[in-house]
Design a protein around this ligand. Sequence first.
Ligand code: KG4
Ligand code: ZN
Length: 334
Amino acid sequence: MRVLGIETSCDDTAAAVWQDGAVEASVVSSQADLHAEYGGVVPELASRNHQRLIVPVVQRALSEASVHAEALDAVAVTHGPGLPGSLMVGLSFAKAFARGLDVPLVGVNHLEGHVHSVDLEPPVPPRPFLCLVVSGGHTELVQVGEGFRYEVLGRTRDDAAGEAFDKVAQLFGLGYPGGPAIDRHAEQGDPQFHDFPRSRLDDFDFSFSGLKTSVLYYLRDRSDADRERLLDAHRADLCASVRAAVVDVLVDALRRALRARDVAHVAVVGGVAANALLRRRVEALGAAQNVGVSVPPLAYCMDNAAMIAQAGAKRLGAGHRSDATLGIDPSLQL
Ligand code: KG4
Ligand code: ZN
């Protein structure tokens, strides 16, 4: 079965062609430069750009896969969660395209797409496994079972991990998106330079707003000149200290969940799974606890349509279909 995947839930316009477990093409057109000017995603701009880009991005995916649209057996599309105007562009396109080709359409939960991104490259993790879904919009710890069974153990009570990186990066004058910039600087810094707070909640929930506030106060209580001097001299150390605080919290939750659950495998997915320290620490946790670890290649951590095509193909294989009345669901949960 060959599936076209469409993903437009936030600011990336993505299309992919997937056939029987192999990704034939995965195209992502990032709008990051456009939104950088505003320090974050501007929803209205994002949807307008999806509208401009969706046709060329799909055309490029088909051409990179060397297939005609008539070779597609189905269309899978993200219908939530995400920005309403952005989701609407992808879904409207997918509906019309599927109808024109007379092939089935299936709506995919963006978070399910991220979870199943671990299956895009072998080895496929055994079920059940513990999955940390960490992105700009989500931080969830999920036990993933066979098929489409998900048990959410915990989620963030305020900011998502990626959002925390993005907001702190802005305070450090590093632009948007901030996660990759903090990660890059942190590689040269001392994580013990400053002890930023690690929120440790009783259950598996997360909270990152305290960290952001703490960075804000740390910088605010200085004169402009002093702040500039500090950032110039210690930007890498501050990035390393913040990165360590976020990663400590994430890895600690995974470690506690491993103790509480009878699973032999962990995975980390979503944009923040690109974080170099998080990847190293989760690998080390796996080795220490003798459990398997899956972290997708960088291209499949960030938003992409290959993960949507694949999750959609699994749904189609299980007999799921969406009809022409499928709507967007901006706050869809797993
Ligand atoms: O999954 P994703 O592409 O989009 C959402 O669904 O949100 O994740 C984007 C998020 C942004 O917050 C970005 O700052 C963060 O992932 N991110 C990183 C890194 N690369 C991307 N955070 C930390 N370290 C990175 N290397
Ligand atoms: Zn995402």
